[in-house]
Structures are given as structure tokens and as C-alpha cells.
Design a protein around this ligand. Structure first.
Ligand SMILES: *[C@@H]1O[C@H](CO)[C@@H](O)[C@H](O)[C@H]1NC(C)=O
Length: 367
């Protein structure tokens, strides 16, 4: 377009022209009401939602945390296979270290006096046999108990199964139960320290007003002792909506959630842990195949004659996972300006829209 110097001047004036909208005053009650009402809505949205609910004037940081746990309590069992036995922390908390995730043994299948020897497999369709030809020497089934020796032996008077080299006798997990129902009265002390590194804020769940004599006797209760960091296992499970004795049989996973969402402004100074509990493993009423949580471990002994024996324990129990989460917020100038700007542009949008609305109506002549 701008081919000559003369017409270029004509071009430039578009660049340097200053435009201003013409202000239109409309003395109309209805239009005025609509305008003010819409403005009010925007102001309510900005004040109510953006400022109070979303706290858009704050800068945020997510929590960094560490957890240690200590379980206490005793249980006494008296079963035919291991006799009377007192269980203390060193036996029923696995691993003993007291991490953010700890396991409490509540039920077990004990197979005492296992030795490395040969014995017939537990009967099932793939292990039963008629004679030695049905058993392959050296074959091992991952779901079985050992390596086949190639012999077919009597498991009972009526059933013959392939003999295996393994830890004998095999575990029969339908009997020899030792249910530790007393585990419901065990307590756990949870120590949790958190940091909001951006704001240099440090807190712990043992609040400043808690002294050691209170800590020795308190127990968490949402109404009477909401600050006590010692929890009775039964209480945790009950608040998660489960029955402890029910869960103790097959085991399960339970979450202890600690919410550290904090408003760190000086006028709010609210920074306390909020505890909640929920069951984390699937407990589907219909699809209830392979429920609970269990694993096996063994204690090894040596007999006087030097033979190694072990006690195999299939352990059922509740694993507690302490999950810490939260966001800290504090007043900061940058998010305040950004959100204020957004809010103001909203307000100007309101008057702009009403103006154009009126102009449209004026043009069609029915205002
Ligand atoms: C747990 O303790 C309560 C009293 O504190 C008692 O009544 C209850 O029998 C105990 N539970 C078990 C399984 O021992």
C-alpha cells in the first residue's frame, strides 16, 4: 500500500492515532439495575470465591514430611502347636524399624519343626499320581512346595501324590490358627515432622502444649483428645468404617491420613494436623477373590544333632500406611496483583457487554 513517501505519512497516522470510546450515560432505572446487579455478582465472586475460598492472594508450597511410628502392647495366645505364647512388639511388628508403613501381625498359620527332607506333595489335581511314571524327577511347579523326586508316595491311606524335596512337613493353611484378638488394644505413637521449605515453616504433630506426662497417658479421640498422637488400633480401624476382629483374620491395608493444609498468614496462624482414616485395599463385596494381606517368614533353629529346622509362619495382619499431605499458603504480592487484575478486567467486561447490548437494541429501536 505505502509505495511513496507521501502516502506513507497517511499510513503512519493509523499507528499514532489515539482512540477513545465515547461515554454514554443512560438514565434508565432498568439498565442501571441490571448493570449494578451484574457488578455485584462479579464483586461477590471475587471476594467470596477467589479471595475467601481459593485464597488467590497466596503463594503456595507443598509439604515435605517424615514419619516414625512406635507400636506398644502385648498379646497372649495358647494354641496346640506352639503352646502358650506371649507376643511382644519385637515379634508382631514387621519390620521392627517403625517406618511410615508398619505391619501388625494379627493372625497366623504356624508350621513348626520343618526340616529339609522328602515328603509327598499336598494333594491337588496336578500332584496326585497312580505310580512313579506320573512323577518327573527334577520337575518343580512354582505353585507347589518343592522339586519332585520322581517317586509316587502315599499322602494318606486313600491318596497318592508325587514326592518332593522340600521343607517338610508342608504348611496346611486351613488349620493351626493363632488369632491375636488382643491386637485391637495395641497403641501406636506417630511422630510426624513437616516442613514448608518455601516459607521456612517447621511443625510437628506433637504440639508445643503437649508435655511428656500427658503423652504417657493420652489416647487420640476426635472429641476429647484431638491432639494426642497415640492411637488405639481398634479406634483407627473403627473410624475407617471397619471391624477390627473381622479385618484381623485375613489382614488388610489401612491408611492413616494426616492433612497439614495450612494458612500461614499472621492473621490466620492455623497450622495443625488433621487426622483421618480409611481402608486402602479393595474390599469389594462381590469381587472378593484373594482378600486381605499376608506373607510368610520363618524362624530358624539348630537341633543338638546339628540338623537345621525352622518354624514357618504365614502371617496375616494389618499394614498401616501413614500418608502425609497438604499445601501451605501465605500472602504474596505477585499472585495478588495477577488475580486482582483478572478480577478488574472482569468488571470492565460487564460494563462493555451491557453497552454493546444497549447499542444493539437502539439500532433495532426497541429499547
Ligand atoms: C481391650 O480392652 C478393653 C478395655 O480396655 C477390654 O474390655 C477388651 O476386652 C480388650 N480386648 C481384647 C481383645 O482383649
Amino acid at each position: 500500500m505505502c509505495k511513496t513517501a507521501g502516502s506513507c505519512q497517511g499510513c503512519l497516522h493509523y499507528v499514532f492515532d489515539y482512540e477513545t470510546p465515547k461515554t454514554l450515560v443512560i438514565p434508565n432505572i432498568r439498565v442501571g439495575c441490571v448493570f449494578r446487579f451484574t457488578q455485584l455478582l462479579v464483586v461477590l465472586y471475587v471476594v467470596g470465591y477467589v479471595c475467601v475460598v481459593q485464597k488467590a492472594y497466596q503463594d503456595t508450597d507443598s509439604v515435605i514430611s517424615t514419619v516414625t511410628t512406635k507400636v506398644k502392647g502385648f498379646a497372649f495366645t495358647n494354641t496346640s502347636d506352639i503352646g502358650p505364647h506371649l507376643w511382644d512388639v519385637a515379634e508382631y511388628v514387621i519390620p521392627p524399624q517403625g517406618d511410615h508403613s508398619f505391619f501388625v501381625l494379627t493372625n497366623m498359620v504356624v508350621t513348626p519343626e520343618q526340616t529339609q527332607s522328602r515328603c509327598p506333595e499336598l494333594p491337588n489335581p496336578s500332584t496326585t499320581c497312580v505310580d512313579d511314571c506320573d512323577c518327573i524327577e527334577g520337575h518343580s511347579d512354582p505353585r507347589g512346595n518343592g522339586i519332585q523326586t520322581g517317586l509316587c508316595e502315599n499322602y494318606s491311606t486313600t491318596v497318592k501324590t508325587c514326592e518332593v524335596l522340600s521343607w517338610c512337613p508342608h504348611e496346611v493353611d486351613t488349620k493351626l490358627r493363632a488369632l491375636m484378638s488382643a491386637a485391637e488394644n495395641f497403641t501406636v505413637l506417630i511422630k510426624n515432622s513437616i516442613t514448608y521449605p518455601k516459607f521456612n515453616v517447621h511443625r510437628r504433630n506433637i504440639l508445643p502444649h503437649i508435655n511428656s506426662s500427658y503423652l504417657k497417658m493420652c489416647e487420640f479421640n476426635r472429641t476429647s483428645d484431638p491432639d494426642c498422637p497415640i492411637f488405639r488400633l481398634k479406634h483407627i480401624v473403627a473410624e475407617a468404617g471397619e471391624d477390627f476382629q473381622d479385618m484381623a483374620v485375613k489382614g488388610g491395608i489401612l491408611g492413616i491420613l494426616i492433612d497439614w493444609s495450612c494458612d500461614l498468614d499472621w492473621w490466620a496462624k492455623k497450622c495443625f494436623p488433621k487426622y483421618s482414616f480409611r481402608r486402602l485395599d479393595n474390599k469389594h463385596p462381590v469381587n472378593n477373590v484373594a482378600p486381605g494381606y499376608n506373607f510368610r517368614f520363618a524362624k530358624y533353629y539348630k537341633k543338638p544333632d546339628g540338623e537345621e529346622t525352622r518354624m514357618l509362619i504365614k502371617a496375616f495382619g494389618i499394614r498401616f500406611n501413614v500418608i502425609v499431605f497438604g499445601t501451605g499458603g501465605k500472602f504474596a504480592i505477585v499472585p495478588t496483583i495477577v488475580n486482582l487484575g483478572a478480577a478488574l478486567s472482569f468488571l470492565s467486561l460487564v460494563s462493555r457487554n451491557i453497552e454493546s447490548c444497549i447499542q444493539k437494541r437502539n439500532n433495532t429501536g426497541n429499547l
